[in-house]
Design a protein around this ligand. Structure first.
Ligand SMILES: [Zn+2]
Length: 272
């Protein structure tokens, strides 16, 4: 049984050479998950946008994906997201491990607890559930493991930041980017939410590795990069991200001491 899963974002469509496809039935549809060996253990992998990048951010089956991973026994999820930078000092190629996020999505299925009932880890949960996202919106144990791995590999990264998730499908306007900067955002993307929240709702640990692909609208006016330069920086960084994930896996503790594993304790409001 895999204990760790990787959800690969843009540029990350394959993390292990040998892998087998498994179809997992969930209340949210059938999900294809790849199983293979990475860093000496079995891991699960889902390319978020499909193997040929055919699924747009607002159509990703976030609920199905996380539920399928739970059904396979996964406890820890490492995600990758391509992001735009809201800061001049985080140029394209920057790797950032966010420690908080803001969700500006509009029309996604963002919860498992819609007032009905759902089976989570062998337990039927009914009614109203509010999970806590504080003090750690992302799993502190996975984040610490990624940081240690980066130090071992000598890969520089920014180990905190606020990820802003926009609905898309278009990119942001200059005014939207100005607003996100004022609100305290560091990077912007379209896929980090509700993935992080849904993982928490299933008591799964979740952390993300963000790769800056470009400056957001109106940012970085003094830095001129061609599309080819940006693409080259990104593909080089994807290799670093995969190396980082491989190095991170053995550093993630087998036993979970983080609060993510107890996210439903005290969160279920409905009495029976
Ligand atoms: Zn955790």
């Amino acid at each position: 049984m895999p204990r760790i899963a990787i959800i690969g974002g843009s540029g990350v469509y394959r993390v292990m050479d040998e892998r087998k496809s498994t179809l997992v039935d969930t209340p949210f549809g059938t999900v294809e998950v790849f199983l293979g060996n990475l860093s000496g253990e079995e891991v699960a992998f889902i390319p978020r946008h499909g193997e040929n990048h055919e699924i747009p951010p607002f159509k990703v089956n976030y609920r199905g994906n996380l539920y399928a991973l739970m059904e396979l026994g996964v406890e820890r999820v490492i995600a990758t997201n391509a992001v735009g930078s809201l800061r001049e000092d985080y140029p394209p190629g920057t790797i950032l491990i966010p420690d908080d996020f803001m969700d500006f999505t509009k029309r996604r299925d963002y919860t498992y607890y819609d007032g009905g009932e759902i089976k989570v880890r062998g337990r039927v949960i009914r009614g109203v559930v509010h999970v806590s996202m504080t003090p750690h919106p992302y799993c502190p144990e996975i984040r610490a493991a990624i940081k240690s791995a980066s130090e071992k590999l000598g890969i520089e990264l920014v180990d905190k930041g606020v990820y802003c998730c926009m609905e898309g499908n278009r990119f942001e306007t200059p005014a939207e980017i100005r607003a996100l900067r004022i609100l305290g955002g560091d990077v912007v993307g379209m896929t980090g939410c509700p993935e992080a929240t849904l993982a928490r709702e299933l008591e799964m640990c979740y952390a993300s590795i963000n790769v800056v692909t470009n400056y957001a609208a109106g940012v970085g006016g003094n830095v001129k990069l061609t599309q080819d330069e940006v693409a080259e920086i990104f593909s080089k960084r994807i290799e670093d991200v995969i190396a980082l994930i491989e190095e991170t896996i053995p550093l993630i503790p087998k036993e979970r001491a983080c609060p993510c594993s107890r996210a439903l304790e005290g969160a279920v409001i409905t009495k029976k």
